[in-house]
Design a binder for this molecule. Structure first.
Ligand SMILES: Cc1cc2nc3c(=O)[nH]c(=O)nc-3n(C[C@H](O)[C@H](O)[C@H](O)COP(=O)(O)OP(=O)(O)OC[C@H]3O[C@@H](n4cnc5c(N)ncnc54)[C@H](O)[C@@H]3O)c2cc1C
Length: 380
């Protein structure tokens, strides 16, 4: 798989169709989509299966492009299953499960991604349609959704005077007239585009709204728990593979008459990294299971899930970067070279350290808020 990851990172700069085709045959894109909409979901176990699938893909594709492409599709199509209208489900989900369309998320605006309550993009009701004006930025999959089909679940202001109680979450196909995109040149995840969307009087039908009008902020937040579970899983999968590469190398590299693995400065670090990795993996498995239980019988409240998933999204990217850095160091100069896949993984993981799906400090705010309530909310 490493040659394919390098190909994605440097040559195709997109996910090759043969890989998507094989993933469709394995049913990967349908893991969170019920059979009646063309998927392969195991009812009540969707998140656990999605988490495992993303973990394995991340172990195999260390540029992180394919894991992120996959997790966005699985996570946000799952939200459509939960909150979409019947019309939207019938239109979107079979195309998602068949790997034809891309389904992503579009919330961030130039005013600050962490401060979502401050978004400016508006949607005004006009008959049975909404008319959208504004701009989004740093959105993953702008090219994929435009070229392949599909679009993004988009956070919009429908009643500006009501703050977060005046926002609506709706599917906006990338090919809608009035929607255009720009692109950024990222440092990693080269097989998946990021960029901005501009909306100029772009019209979508009311059936594209998820849940109710003006409930969008809360539905979006619910979706972040799903997406963050899969983000954490991608980080841990990549880290696990890099840890294995490091452990394998130190057994073979002989210095001062002994394999590097004999030096406790190295073997103990690997032991500590593996211990932490396993702990976060287990917490994440619990979080994924809690989400499944929440949707099955309501046995866990959003509040409990928020806290668990924020802990995983806080820890997984930072731990993963540490583990990859350690593996790079064991490889010496080779670790700094493109002969090794480690550098690709480091570049991809950094997207989740700098903030994609919520920065580390935002995760800390969520954890503190769910423990201490209003007293720990800095902006109220
Ligand atoms: C590769 C990549 C892909 C992305 N894909 C998507 C996508 O598909 N869809 C989408 O909607 N967005 C996407 N994003 C945007 C992402 O969600 C934002 O980067 C994130 O929300 C942070 O917003 P920001 O970059 O504007 O940083 P800012 O909000 O400006 O924050 C800057 C820094 O300040 C910290 N900070 C913020 N508030 C506080 C506080 N109260 N206390 C302490 N520290 C604080 C943040 O954690 C961060 O480190 C993507 C980003 C990247 C890098």
């Amino acid at each position: 798989m490493f040659p394919r990851a390098r190909e994605i990172d440097e040559k195709t700069r997109s996910i090759p169709e043969d890989i998507i085709k094989e993933m469709v045959e394995l049913g990967i894109f349908g893991v969170t989509i019920p059979e009646e909409y063309g998927g392969s979901a195991s009812p009540g176990e969707e998140m656990v299966y999605a988490m495992l699938a993303v973990h394995e893909i991340a172990r195999g594709e260390l540029s992180m492009s394919l894991p992120v492409y996959t997790l966005l599709n699985l996570g946000w199509s799952y939200l459509v299953v939960r909150h979409g209208s019947e019309e939207l489900k019938k239109e979107l989900l079979p195309n998602g499960a068949a790997g034809k369309w891309f389904i992503g998320i579009s919330t961030t605006e130039a005013g600050g991604g962490s401060d979502l309550a401050n978004i400016k993009t508006t949607a005004k009701k006009s008959g049975n349609e909404y008319v959208i004006n504004g701009e989004k930025t740093y959105i993953s999959g702008v090219i994929e959704a435009t070229k392949r089909g599909g679009g993004h679940l988009t956070l919009l202001r429908t009643a500006p005077e009501l703050g977060t109680k005046g926002m609506t979450f709706a599917y906006v196909p990338a090919r809608t007239p009035g929607v255009s995109y720009t692109t950024f040149h990222d440092m990693g995840r080269m097989g998946l585009s990021t960029g901005g969307f501009t909306f100029k009087d772009a019209r979508i039908p009311a059936e594209y709204v998820l849940g109710e009008e003006n409930r969008g902020f809360y539905i979006n937040m619910e979706g972040f728990n799903v997406a963050r579970t899969l983000v954490a899983s991608a980080c841990l999968g990549g880290a696990e593979k890099c840890l294995e590469l490091g452990a394998d190398y130190v057994q073979r590299r002989v210095l001062f008459g002994r394999p590097l693995a004999k030096f406790e400065g190295i073997s103990f670090e690997i032991a500590e990294d593996l211990t932490e990795l396993e702990m976060v993996k287990n917490l994440l498995l619990k979080g994924a299971w809690m989400i499944d239980q929440h949707y099955k019988d309501g046995s866990f409240a959003n509040k409990e899930i928020n806290r668990t998933i924020a802990m995983c999204k806080l820890r997984a990217p930072l731990l993963a970067v540490d583990i990859v850095k350690h593996a790079m160091m064991y490889h010496g100069a080779l670790g700094y070279s493109k002969e090794s896949p480690l550098e690709m993984c480091m570049r991809g993981l950094m997207s989740y350290v700098v903030g994609a799906e919520g920065g580390a400090n935002i995760m800390k705010i969520i954890i503190a808020r769910e423990l201490m309530g209003e007293a720990a909310i800095p902006y109220r």
